[in-house]
Design a protein around this ligand. Sequence first.
Ligand SMILES: *Cc1c(COP(=O)(O)O)cnc(C)c1O
Length: 424
Amino acid sequence: MDTIRPFEKKIYLSSPTMHGDELKYIQEAFDTNWMSTVGENINVTEREMAEKIGVKNAVALSSGTAALHLAIRLAGEKLYGMPRAGHGSLEGHKVFASDTTFSATVNPICYEGGEPIFIDMERETWNMDPAALEKAFEVYPDVRLVVVAHLYGTPGKIEEIGKICNAHNALLIEDAAESLGATYKGKQTGTFGDYSVISFNGNKIITGSTGGMLLTNDTEAAHKARKWSTQSREDAPWYQHEEIGYNYRMSNVVAGVVRGQIPYLAEHIAQKKAIYYRYKEGLQDLPVTMNPFDETCSEPNYWLSCMLIDTDAMAGHVRGERDELWKHEPGKSSPAEILEAIKNLNAEGRPIWKPMHMQPFYRNHAFVTATGNGRGRSNAYIRENEGFDVGMDIFARGLCLPSDNKMTAEEQDIIIKVIRGCFE
Ligand SMILES: *Cc1c(COP(=O)(O)O)cnc(C)c1O
């Protein structure tokens, strides 16, 4: 093989793409001196996002994680009442959560004193498996809250999950941080949960450099979240506090960046979609598949393109807690080998998000698969009664490919060529 030279400019997994309007709105905030958590950018951004997504209320917050925390607090208080000072609203309560996701989906459950129970993923959309969720309700019928994420911009089986939640009288929180603009049966992700969350983190499909939003049709809940996010000040002449507060409001400067990005969401999605299909085409005769979605009812935002190596095309590799070993075998490859080849090209890939049930911090939590008896433990060293663990399998064989929307077709072709080389 002729040697391929590394890119001079690094190609990222997914980096911010600015267009210029963002600066105009930042300047406006500066010129009018609304350099705080109040101002026109916040008002307009909340209104525009709510309209675009199709929810009554959008509350602008400092991050997607903050939005998840307030969503979980709203759910906890609705279910179990206002907690005493020093206690979480979910204390003593179990919560079902996506297993393969970014940790920010799950951590806020713990901020509120809840105990996450992890629900395995399915193979059709790489999201929470409704069959595993059903099983979880059989084993833990008292659970009243489900937190579900749409991974990599692909809508999960959200209608089915919503029905299961209704049948068990449980609230649904939708983490649409990665899936802004994706639709399921023509409806945007972020409209299915009692409370839903989006993120404007720098790596997301549009960004504010940071920031996030809580989405809900419950206007009273939106008012409550807005109040909590500004330290829970009551309407009184002095600082009057009747419940716990947070400093979670979005800055008017950050909102200026988001405001400038909103008109480009569709363009970013189109670019990401082209990247996904270029990979699909370029890798089609290899023993691999792309991250799947249900073409009959969903349209992803294609935030990250991922690939999965066929089981019988996996070359030898072993993973420890923080490191891994791999070897090349003709006609086969491994995520580690491909990620190293991509890195040597000065591009950025990443392993599939490591499932929560495999994380040392969450190892003692219950983990429910579709085929197990529902009483599996997360502990990787006590793997009994668990059934087949889809999340672990996808983590072992999958990887996220460079998916930056500023990558050119020519650059992507070089990445594809290098991936093909790994299977020679
Ligand atoms: C990015 C992300 C978050 C957190 O959003 P931040 O704005 O970074 O706090 C939450 N959940 C998922 C699935 C994410 O990818």
